[in-house]
Design a protein around this ligand. Structure first.
Ligand SMILES: Cc1cc2nc3c(=O)[nH]c(=O)nc-3n(C[C@H](O)[C@H](O)[C@H](O)COP(=O)(O)OP(=O)(O)OC[C@H]3O[C@@H](n4cnc5c(N)ncnc54)[C@H](O)[C@@H]3O)c2cc1C
Length: 489
């Protein structure tokens, strides 16, 4: 099944150029290297060709040609995925959405927008900000990650705690199915025909078809926001405070934790300084935006942040800084926004893990993460959506050294096993991809997995559309899985 095209490569390039134009076909070593992984760089597999379609119809024609010639294909947005979803595990085609970047319709009265799937997350919000609206899901990759990728992974973000992940913000999709048909589900208002099936498509990591356009919900931008950055002398005091804030009856719109590992990287990379003795920071934000919260006043938002600040001080915070204006707010967010990038100072590679636990178990979980990193002899730093109990231990290492890769994979598995043991989940927002195929069995029984396989079959009966992702035990993926597991490194 591994499709490198061999001697017919040139014929195939010509065949696809008739669909997307010669400039829409990329091949050769540079393309193979550039598209051989996403931001999970532990696993790599090169495509034979990369195609850049310009319309839904071109995507449909590509899929029809793949069916005819038995060529596997994988959709790719910006390639910022963190579990290997966009890597072409069996070679074949990468279908990039780089040229599908039009916002097609804005309907302010119905608070909905239709856009092509290659539009970046931030561009969706920028298009309606002057109207007091935005697309609420805000992954930290939002300046580059695409609508199609956000739908593929059911992306979350710092404001998921209040606004939810991508799924409730998608009203309709246009999708090219693995049978090369164009399927319309839902539309500009909730509840249209097919809208119940959108929940299956969102989060399916491109395994059920290629979304080419979507209708998204637009949410009211808050008119009042309060942001605080709070320094703690220990990670434990910070994690204990997280569940106390929520137990105290306040749901902030963001509640993020940044540990000493990230703070060290920020110091090294950007010379950002924090109070002496800081081991962890909480970034807390409260606002009056969203649906159904009309009537929340600026005073009420201010009172929430004051109560949170007092609670943090009672719990031993060494410094509480509340932003006085928009410029200071941006400054306080700097640590969160630059934290992952700063890790480039620590090592050549980072695997950002993703698991969920009940937030009340954060203190023991963080102790476990540091112990696991020490046991496996890898570096770790943490920056995550603490309010959701959505962990992101970032293991840093050198992916050119197979032994370090083995140790990082081992440490990651131990973390996910612990998440499940504590009553959590195998993934919060980064998906399964290839990274967590074998870990699915920790959370789901054989019957559960068989049911998911049957649900997949409703859309995708073959093995061409993004093979070797999400569900374990796909017949043609043995070779790929051995390589991923380190057996053939
Ligand atoms: C620095 C950094 C910060 C991040 N922060 C967050 C965060 O806060 N929250 C979060 O949830 N994630 C985060 N991520 C992960 C990632 O950005 C998200 O998963 C994002 O949604 C991926 O979008 P993309 O366009 O890069 O998709 P890709 O990586 O290209 O693809 C992701 C998956 O979607 C599929 N796909 C892509 N386009 C389509 C399409 N049109 N139709 C069907 N399937 C498609 C692919 O096949 C793949 O399985 C972060 C990543 C980085 C590198």
């Amino acid at each position: 099944m591994r499709t490198r095209f061999g001697p017919q490569g040139a014929d195939y390039a010509e065949k696809f150029a008739r669909i997307v134009g010669a400039e829409g076909v990329l091949s050769g070593p540079a393309a193979e290297r550039a598209y051989d992984c996403d931001a999970y760089s532990v696993d790599r597999s090169s495509p034979a060709l990369v195609l850049l379609p310009r319309s839904t119809n071109e995507v449909r024609e590509i899929v029809a040609a793949c069916l005819e010639s038995n060529i596997p294909y994988t959709a790719r947005g910006a390639g910022t995925g963190l579990s290997g979803g966009a890597l072409p595990a069996l070679g074949g085609l990468v279908i990039s959405t780089k040229k599908l970047t039009q916002i097609l319709e804005i309907d302010l009265a119905n608070r909905a927008m239709r856009a092509q799937c290659g539009v970046t997350n931030k561009k969706l919000s920028d298009a309606v900000r002057q109207d007091g609206l935005h697309f609420a899901p805000d992954p930290s990759s939002q300046t580059v990650s695409t609508l199609g990728g956000n739908i593929g992974e059911n992306a979350g973000g710092p404001h998921t705690l209040k606004y939810g992940v991508t799924a409730p913000h998608v009203l309709g999709v246009t999708m090219v199915t693995p049978e090369a048909e164009v399927l319309e589900l839902g539309g500009k208002v909730a509840g249209l025909a097919g809208s119940e099936l959108i929940g299956l498509i969102v989060g399916s990591e491109g395994t059920l078809g290629i979304v080419t356009e979507a209708w998204v919900r637009l949410t009211v931008v808050p008119t009042h926001v309060e942001t605080a950055l709070i320094a703690f002398p220990s990670v434990r005091q910070a994690t204990e405070t997280v569940s106390e804030i929520i137990a105290g009856g306040i749901i902030p719109c963001a509640l993020e934790l940044i540990d000493h590992g990230i703070l060290g990287a920020l110091r090294a990379a950007f010379n950002l300084q924090y109070p002496e003795g800081t081991q962890a920071m909480l970034l807390v934000e409260c606002d009056n935006g969203g649906q159904g919260v009309a009537g929340t006043t600026a005073d009420e938002v201010r009172s929430d942040i004051r109560r949170i600040s007092e609670l943090c001080e009672r719990n031993g915070a060494i410094h509480v800084r509340v932003a006085k204006d928009e410029a200071e707010r941006a400054k306080l967010w700097e640590a969160r926004k630059k934290g992952v990038g700063a890790m480039g100072r620590l090592a050549p590679s980072v695997v950002t893990h993703d698991g969920v636990i009940p937030r009340s178990r954060l203190p023991e979980m963080l102790d476990f993460v540091y112990a696991v990193a020490a046991k496996h002899n890898v570096g770790v730093a943490n920056i995550f959506h603490a309010g959701d109990g959505n962990l992101h231990p970032c293991f840093y290492f050198d992916d050119r050294d197979p032994q370090q890769v083995e140790r990082v994979v081992g440490a990651g598995e131990a973390v996910i096993r612990k998440c499940i043991e504590l009553g959590g989940s195998v993934s919060g927002e980064h998906g399964i991809g290839v990274e967590k195929l074998d870990l699915m069995a920790l959370m789901f029984t054989e019957d559960d997995l068989a049911l998911q396989q049957r649900a997949k079959t409703v859309f995708n009966r073959g093995e061409l559309c993004n093979p070797c992702k999400v569900l374990p035990n796909q017949k043609s993926c043995v070779e790929h899985r051995k390589r991923w597991r380190g057996v053939a490194w």
